[in-house]
Design a protein around this ligand. Structure first.
Ligand code: PXG
Length: 426
């Protein structure tokens, strides 16, 4: 509080209010999660009713309960066809930890226990437990607490930053081929899996060129390694499809999910397990000795189920795909002409603005100038939550944002870009 911490007291739709009574447009959907928007009484009622009916029971020892059963069925319904099993967790990070154990166990059951290396990407975000921060590619996190062994990081498909003179499509192929090079360097016999977010979120909304995922898929298929699509942000409609894998036609073997699964109303996550892995675990394995006290908590499952019903019944994902995200993207790209913006990019309900000193050369600002933070603070003080990842401004609004609210978002973002440019004397 002394440092000026803002206290958020209530919220409705896409707006938050703080303890000083300021109304703020939440263009980050909380933390990439309030997909159906704030103030959904039906989700609160669902939690209340479930807590009265059965507040808790576990999913161990061949027991389960109706909300977990119903949610499992629904998740299998809405996910790509190879997913027929789900392992519940309470967060994305726990789902990622589950990935590491499950991948290693899978290869051990396949008689290849030496296949333990998982390849991830620089600047990826996969959570903050030991496994999550290790698989993630954030140097600052690796410096705090170290990194697990047998995790490798290759380059990210960040065309604006690293594309040089290549076209986005050429760059996409070139960067994907780093995977093949790393497999060869480490030795095919050691490689277990590749993991990636369909669109990197916390790393700064890095949208891969169209050529990237098909090439990654080709390489995973060629070497028979497992492909893990981390859907914690992209899942549940963020890109205008149920999953980022649907948007990019990725055929994944495992999909960690969380966030939009319950629109953040209660904590829940999970690992969707594809048939290839599930069949081996079921046919060759015994019990997978893994799970958490609150895995598949009844109230969280009931809320997630109701949240998915809302997404379906209100046609939210189709509306994103056909109406609101085309409008958001059209308006967002207009900000690309601002003198401070080197690139405006976006897809579905995410977007990024690269703040630069020189639009032509893409030259950035010195780190110590903290231009992203300057802009973020202007946003906060002018009724807009927009995140800064270094000097990249990012948005990920609730999926129910209307075109009028999008106009409000763009007007506020433009105002804050102007204020930032003025402050730094651009
Ligand atoms: N995978 C991805 C792709 C994520 O974005 C996680 C896993 C971990 O989920 P949990 O539920 O354990 O947090 C995430 C989480 C940020 C920020 O600064 C992003 C996340 C979490 C905290 C901060 O953008 N994403």
């Amino acid at each position: 509080m002394e440092k000026g911490t803002r206290v958020i007291t209530n919220a409705d739709g896409v707006y938050l209010w703080d303890s000083d009574g300021n109304k703020i447009l939440d263009a980050m959907a909380g933390l990439w999660c309030i997909n159906v928007g704030y103030g959904r009484k039906e989700l609160a009622d669902t939690a209340y009713e479930q807590l009265r009916e059965l507040p808790y029971y576990n999913n161990f020892f061949q027991t389960t309960h109706p909300p977990a059963i119903e949610l499992s069925k629904t998740l299998v319904d809405i996910s790509p066809s190879q997913f027929n099993h789900i392992f519940f967790t309470n967060s994305g990070s726990e789902a990622i930890d589950t990935v590491v154990r499950m991948v290693r166990y899978y290869w051990a059951l396949e008689g290849k226990p030496e296949k333990t290396v998982i390849i991830s990407r620089e600047n990826a975000y996969h959570g903050s437990t030991v496994a999550g921060s290790s698989l993630g590619g954030m140097k600052l996190m690796h410096e705090q607490g170290g990194i697990l062994t047998d995790i490798e990081h290759i380059a990210q498909p960040y065309w604006f930053g690293n594309g040089g003179k290549l076209s986005p499509d050429e760059f996409g192929i070139k960067i994907a081929k780093d995977l093949e090079a790393r497999i060869k360097k480490i030795g095919e016999s050691r490689i277990a899996a590749f993991i990636g977010e369909p669109v990197q979120g916390a790393g700064g909304v890095i949208i891969p060129p169209e050529t990237y995922w098909p090439e990654i898929q080709r390489i995973c298929d060629k070497y028979g390694i497992l492909l893990i699509a981390d859907e914690v942000i992209c899942g549940f409609g963020r890109l205008g499809e149920w999953f980022g894998s649907d948007y990019f036609s990725i055929h994944a073997d495992l999909m960690p999910i969380a966030k939009g699964m319950s629109s953040g109303y209660l904590p829940i996550g999970g690992l969707m397990v594809g048939d290839r892995v599930a069949n081996t675990l079921i046919d060759k394995g015994g019990d997978f000795n893994h799970g958490f006290t609150y895995s598949g908590h009844p109230a969280a499952c009931a809320v997630a189920l109701k949240n998915i019903c809302i997404l379906k019944e209100e046609n939210i994902i189709d509306t994103v795909k056909n109406e609101t995200s085309p409008y958001l993207q059209k308006r967002w790209l207009e900000l690309g002409s601002h003198p401070l913006v080197g690139e405006a990019r976006g897809v579905g309900m995410v977007g990024a603005l690269e703040l630069v000193k020189n639009k032509e050369t893409k030259e950035g600002f010195p780190e110590k100038q903290n231009v992203g933070m300057v802009c973020r603070d202007f946003c906060f003080n002018n009724g807009l939550v927009m995140r800064a990842v270094a000097d990249t401004m990012i948005i990920s609004p609730p999926l129910i944002i209307s075109n009028d609210e999008i106009d409000d978002l763009i007007a506020k973002a433009r105002l804050c870009l102007n204020l930032t440019a003025e402050k730094i004397g651009l």
